[in-house]
Write a protein that binds this ligand. Structure first.
Ligand SMILES: Nc1ncnc2c1ncn2[C@@H]1O[C@H](COP(=O)(O)OP(=O)(O)OP(=O)(O)O)[C@@H](O)[C@H]1O
Ligand code: SF4
Ligand SMILES: [Mg+2]
Length: 345
C-alpha cells in the first residue's frame, strides 16, 4: 500500500457506480481511474450527466440508494475508503477530506452565527480541544484567509451575500486542515465575477494548507485558471487526462477536441458551440467506444472494441483507437488525427 505522507493523496482505481432504475441499472461511473498528488489540483469536466458528481460522491462514500458502488478502489492517503467501517470512515472524512458543494451556502444553519458553526465543526470533529480564545483566534484567521472580515464571526448567514456565504463554507471546509478538498461546482450558484473570486480563494487557501483539490465543473476557463491536470469524462468513463496546457493546446481524444472547441472565445467573439448528438443511455451504453455514435472519426473497430487508455503525450493519456496500434485500424482506411504541430499522434 502507498505510504500516506509521500504517495498520492487520492488514488481512484477502476471505480464503478450504478443506479438501480425502473429501466435497469444505469452505469453512471464505468471503471474510472486517476490519481492526485500532494498539493496538486485536478479538474474533472464533461457534459451534464457524465458522472462527475457520482465520482466525487463515491470518493467520499456518499452514494445513496438507489445508487451503489459496484467495484473499484478509492485510496485516501493510502487508506481504502470503500473498505472502512462507519466510525473510521467518519473520522477520515473529517480529518482528511472536505467537501464544498454547489449551493453549499444553503447548508449553513440559519439560526447560528458563522463563527459558532465553524467552532462547532472544529470541536466536534477535531482531534485536539482548543481553548475558547484559541478557537476564536483560529476561526478569525480562517475567515481572513477566505477574505471575510473578522466581524463575520458574529454574523448570521442571512447577513452575508451569496459569495460571502460560499466563502464561509470554504472556511468551514478548511477548519480541520484537510489533505483533499473535493469541490463540486463550488461556484456555479454565484454570479460570474464572484465565481472567480471564490475560486481564487479556494486555490489560495488550498495552497496555504498544502491541500490537494478535486475540482468539478463545466467552466473550462475556471478550470484552466485553477488546476494542474484535467480529466475529461464522457458517459461514465474518463476518456482523457493530461496537464491543462496539453489538454488545451493538444487535446487528443475527439470528445476533448469538441469540448475545447465548444468553449466560446472572447477574443474571436464566438458563442458556445454545442457538441452534435446526445449522450448515450447509461442503462444500455453503446458497444465498443462509448463515444462512437457521436464521433466524427469513428471507424469499424470503434463500434466493436472498447479502446484502452494509452499514453498520447508526456503525462497525457487518452482512450481512443486513433492512437492504438490495432492492425484492424488500417483495414478501415481511416486517417489518424494529426495534432497542432502536424505530427501524426
Ligand atoms: N439517484 C439517481 N438515480 C438514478 N440515476 C441517477 C441518480 N443520480 C444520478 N443518476 C444518473 O447518473 C448519471 C451521472 O449523474 P451525475 O450527477 O454524476 O452527473 P454530473 O456529471 O455530475 O452532471 P451535472 O454536470 O449535471 O452535475 C446521470 O445520467 C444521472 O441520470
Ligand atoms: S475510439 Fe473511435 S469512436 Fe472512440 S473516440 Fe476514438 S475514433 Fe472516436
Ligand atoms: Mg454534478
Amino acid at each position: 500500500m502507498e505510504n500516506g505522507r509521500h504517495g498520492d493523496v487520492l488514488r481512484v482505481e477502476g471505480l464503478q457506480v450504478r443506479y438501480r432504475t425502473p429501466a435497469g441499472e444505469a452505469q453512471a461511473v464505468r471503471g474510472v481511474s486517476f490519481t492526485i498528488g500532494r498539493g496538486a489540483r485536478f479538474g474533472l469536466v464533461g457534459e451534464s450527466g457524465c458522472g462527475k458528481s457520482t465520482t466525487a460522491n463515491a470518493i467520499l462514500r456518499l452514494i445513496k440508494p438507489p445508487g451503489y458502488i459496484a467495484g473499484g478502489r478509492v485510496l485516501v492517503d493510502g487508506v481504502d475508503v470503500l473498505g472502512l467501517r462507519d466510525e473510521p470512515l467518519r473520522k477520515l472524512r473529517w480529518s482528511k477530506l472536505a467537501l464544498v458543494m454547489q449551493g453549499a451556502m444553503n447548508s449553513l444553519n440559519p439560526v447560528m452565527r458563522v463563527g459558532e458553526q465553524i467552532a462547532d465543526a472544529i470541536t466536534s470533529h477535531g482531534e485536539a480541544r482548543p481553548s475558547a480564545g484559541e478557537l476564536e483566534r483560529r476561526i478569525t484567521r480562517l475567515l481572513g484567509a477566505v477574505g471575510l472580515p473578522a466581524r463575520a464571526y458574529r454574523m448570521f448567514p442571512h447577513e452575508l451575500s451569496g459569495g460571502m456565504k460560499q466563502r464561509a463554507c470554504i472556511a468551514m471546509a478548511m477548519a480541520l486542515e484537510p489533505a483533499l478538498i473535493v469541490a463540486d461546482e463550488p461556484t456555479s450558484a454565484l454570479d460570474v465575477v464572484v465565481q472567480r473570486v471564490v475560486a481564487q480563494t479556494l486555490r489560495e487557501v488550498g495552497e496555504r494548507l498544502g491541500a490537494s483539490l478535486l475540482l468539478i465543473g463545466h467552466d473550462m476557463g475556471l478550470q484552466a485558471q485553477l488546476v494542474h491536470r484535467l480529466g475529461v469524462m464522457y458517459a461514465g468513463e474518463l476518456v482523457e487526462v493530461g496537464t491543462v496546457e496539453a489538454m488545451f493546446a493538444r487535446p487528443k481524444h475527439p470528445y476533448t477536441q469538441l469540448l475545447i472547441s465548444s468553449v466560446p472565445s472572447l477574443k474571436e467573439r464566438t458563442l458556445p458551440k454545442p457538441i452534435p448528438g446526445l449522450p448515450p443511455s447509461l442503462v444500455n451504453p453503446p458497444a465498443g467506444c462509448v463515444f462512437h455514435p457521436r464521433c466524427p472519426h469513428a471507424m469499424d473497430i470503434c463500434r466493436a472494441v472498447a479502446p484502452a487508455p494509452r499514453e498520447v503525450g508526456p503525462g497525457q493519456v487518452a482512450a481512443c483507437h486513433l492512437y492504438g496500434d490495432d492492425p484492424r485500424i488500417g483495414a478501415t482506411g481511416a486517417a489518424p488525427a494529426r495534432d497542432a504541430a502536424g505530427q501524426t499522434a
